[in-house]
Design a protein around this ligand. Structure first.
Ligand code: CU
Length: 169
């Protein structure tokens, strides 16, 4: 009993020590970083918004997340009629993608242009993508990863297109 406690203490100390060894040790030990905001920029006068979607931004939901959020826990609102530009970056070791859909069980774009090309295949680690669409109809939509299995694993957020909002949020 005492021996296992001592072992745990020693292991804990080694982990603490390990975290001071450098960036590589930190990222391999934790694999977690702060959730970045999704709304990157907006211009209400021009009715434009830029979203920054970061796939597998940290270890939340086993990495099946956008900006650290999954299973609809993240929500973005954009005013109806705005031009939405989505910048995408995959931090994960496996391919990911992003598509705006009408449901959390679909991978079909809800608006013309509302998804990455080859979204089912996704893009690999460190790869970026970009797409743009006009949020022409109000309603509840979903930002999903279209790589098979990822959406069922919870890799989706909500996108609200609002008839009353004056700003993206
Ligand atoms: Cu994915």
């Amino acid at each position: 009993m005492l021996r296992s406690r001592l072992t745990a203490l020693v292991a804990g100390s080694l982990l603490l020590f390990g975290s001071f060894l450098g960036p590589a040790a930190v990222s391999s030990a934790a694999g977690v970083r702060a959730t970045p905001p999704i709304v990157k920029a907006q211009n209400p006068a021009k009715k434009t918004v830029t979203l920054f979607i970061e796939a597998q931004a940290n270890g939340a939901n086993s990495g099946f997340n956008f900006n650290g959020l999954a299973k609809g826990k993240g929500e973005v609102t954009v005013p109806r009629g705005w031009e939405v530009t989505v910048l995408f970056l995959n931090h994960g070791a496996i391919p990911h993608s992003a598509v705006v859909t009408k449901s959390a069980t679909s991978v079909a774009p809800a608006f013309p242009g509302a998804g990455m090309k080859n979204a089912t295949a996704g893009v690999g680690k460190g790869k970026r993508a970009r797409f743009a669409f006009r949020a022409s109809r109000a309603g509840t939509y979903y930002i999903v990863c279209a790589v098979p299995g990822h959406e069922p694993a919870g890799m989706w957020l909500r996108l609200i297109v609002s008839a009353s909002a004056k700003r993206a949020d």
